[in-house]
Design a protein around this ligand. Structure first.
Ligand code: DMJ
Length: 603
């Protein structure tokens, strides 16, 4: 009964209904009491629809007004994560076990947990009820929907770092979030990956039912974005009216339209709601139909036509997680959707063949973007998620040995360049964007990595180390660096430490941990404030300037991946959990027979 006080008000009619029926059975029998019954129903109706809303005010959520999906169907499957019995597709070659809690690493994971607590406590003290903390001024800001995004993003980190007291203290606040935007629009992608992903992961880890209830509330509230001609999601939704709107300049970015399947498919599995599956899988249908003509997906799409709207191919800001979710939804659903595996493997081949290049001096491997065959040589911090994804794919799915080897090389070389972009800087922190120097060697390759790899193989692999994997020393001297920095900000982003974590977890090579520790120390040195941690400007200086911003992903991702890099225990085994693009781990599950039929899952 105590849980009732935590439930959003629209969950409470059940209690009222059972009270009414017991009153009728005990006190009202015979036809002449019909008038009493009618009067009672009218009284409850007036109370429910007029008096209660005016007592609690417009801000309180009084039930789904316009896009109610109705009660959920009978439970289709397990309502709590159950691990699939089927063995992994390939033998997972985990690193040999490390000595438990060796002193330096346990001290390091403790230091990361302390950093997390400093950021979290700053948020709860100075920005409680708001989206984000202002870490320089101690102020607060609603940078998203005003639904406490830092809290929702941080929940599973609290659990993973064993901060269970703080986790349970946060639950009542989560229970009372309205998920109403009033006169604003909630951005679909950001809300899905941060808020919905955060709730689902916290539910999966803790088993707290209220978290699933709230995930279901939020999942429903966001669903009107799919009410479009093509079925591609709109950029944002007003959850009070169901009105939607496209992005300001662009209808839809590939990353934003194609990064909701992990969250909604898991939610479909937990609730049995068909719409959750079909709406997000339709986006994959549209992409799949494009497959015969292209293996890559342009960065901009027309929602009306359900087609690409430009020719830019990238793995950066506008595209990144679109590719990530192909592999990850295959893994999340226990490898039961082969077409996304096929799409992933084709897209990686095309990424490696078209977007991977070497820098001219140090022969650093980087990934860039291309517009109708012209490469920009821009290298984004955001693209540094890719080494982690590639190495995960090599461990988790079956592929021809030559492909596996190529993916491993690409992951290792690119992860090192991502690290070097930090180690090169006087601050020890990497820039948000660089433009790599053009290839000046007249060898007809234009610096394209794949042609160097092919030539190296044909020559009998001289030196034994593939091109782009030589790991040249960091160059603090700017003149030795073969790039210019385009954006000097370090925005507390996670992508580099995410890949370091996945490289270490899958290879057991301790050097990735050491590199992560260097980065953490630089964060401590430059980003720490009395209130929390600040984004930085000027990583190419000894002392970067602090910005008054602490994005929620710093707690959800950056510190979580750093913690998992150092903690000895394998808290989130990679063959049992899949991280969404905001680092919220979701448990691998198998579709039941009922679900396969009900959701028409293409097999
Ligand atoms: C995060 O919100 C997510 O990782 C997203 O996919 C893109 N990057 C930001 C943080 O950099």
């Amino acid at each position: 009964m105590a849980i009732y006080s935590l439930l959003p008000t629209h969950r409470q009619p059940e209690r009222m209904r059972s009270w009414c029926s017991s009153f009728q059975t005990t006190h009202l029998t015979g036809r002449h009491y019909a008038r009493w019954i009618a009067g009672g129903v009218t009284f409850i109706g007036v109370l429910w629809f007029i008096v209660l809303p005016s007592l609690f005010g417009r801000g309180k959520y009084m039930g789904p007004p316009f896009h109610d999906l109705g009660p959920p169907p009978p439970p289709p499957a397990q309502h709590h994560p159950v691990l699939p019995e089927s063995p992994p597709e390939v033998e997972i070659d985990y690193p040999p076990p490390h000595p438990p809690q060796s002193a330096p690493n346990s001290a390091r994971s403790d230091a990361v947990r302390d950093a997390f607590l400093h950021a979290y406590n700053g948020y709860t003290r100075y920005a409680w009820g708001f989206d984000e903390l202002r870490p320089k001024s101690g102020g607060k800001a609603n940078t998203f929907n005003g639904w406490s995004i830092t809290l929702l993003d941080a929940l599973d980190s609290l659990w993973i770092m064993d901060l269970h007291d703080q986790f349970y203290e946060a639950i009542p606040a989560v229970a009372n979030i309205t998920f109403l935007t009033e006169d604003k629009f909630a951005p679909f992608f950001e809300t899905v990956i941060r808020a919905l992903g955060g709730l689902l992961s916290a539910y999966a880890l803790s088993g707290e039912p209220i978290l699933l209830t709230r995930a279901d509330d939020l999942g429903k509230a966001l669903l009107p974005v799919f009410n479009t001609n093509s079925g591609l999601p709109m950029y944002a939704v007003n959850t009070a009216t169901g009105a939607t709107r496209p992005g300001w300049n662009v209808d839809a970015f590939f990353a934003e339209m194609a990064s909701c399947q992990l969250e909604y498919k898991y939610l479909a599995h937990l609730t049995g709601r068909t719409d959750y599956f079909t709406r997000v899988d339709h986006v994959i249908d549209i992409m799949y139909k494009l497959s015969p003509t292209t293996d890559l997906y342009p960065t901009q799409w027309s929602i009306k036509q359900g087609k690409p709207a430009n020719n830019v191919l990238s793995v950066g800001a506008a595209a990144d997680s679109g590719y990530e979710y192909l592999l990850k939804q295959y893994l999340l659903t226990a490898r039961s959707e082969p077409r996304v595996r096929e799409m992933y493997l084709k897209s990686v081949r095309a990424i490696i063949e078209n977007l991977f290049f070497l820098s001219p001096n140090r022969k650093l491997l980087y990934v860039t973007d291309m517009n109708r065959g012209t490469v920009s040589r821009t290298f984004e911090h955001l693209s540094c998620f890719l080494p982690g994804l590639l190495v995960l794919g090599t461990k988790m799915i079956d592929m021809p040995p030559s492909d596996r080897e190529l993916h491993e090389w690409a992951a290792q070389g690119l992860a090192y360049t991502c690290y070097v972009s930090y180690a090169d800087q006087p601050s020890g922190l990497g820039p948000d964007e660089m433009v790599m120097d053009p290839w000046t060697i007249n060898d007809g390759s234009s610096g394209q990595w794949i042609s160097h790899v092919k030539a190296w193989i044909e020559e009998g692999k001289p030196g034994g180390v593939p091109p782009g994997l030589h790991e040249p020393a960091p160059a603090k001297d700017g003149s030795a660096q073969d790039y210019r920095i385009k954006k000097t900000d370090y925005l507390l982003r996670p992508e580099v430490v995410e890949s370091l974590y996945l490289m270490w977890r899958t290879t057991g090579d301790e050097r990735w941990r050491e590199r992560g520790w260097e980065i953490f120390q630089s964060i401590e040195k430059h980003a720490w404030t009395v209130y929390g941690y600040a984004s930085l400007r000027g990583v190419d200086r000894e002392t970067p300037a602090k910005l008054d911003e602490m994005p929620s992903y710093f707690l959800a991702e950056t510190l979580k991946y750093l913690y998992l890099l150092f903690v000895e225990e394998d808290i989130i085994p990679l063959d049992r959990w899949v991280f969404n693009t905001e680092a919220h781990p979701l448990p691998v599950f198998e579709w039941s027979q009922w679900e396969k039929v009900q959701y028409k899952i293409p097999l």
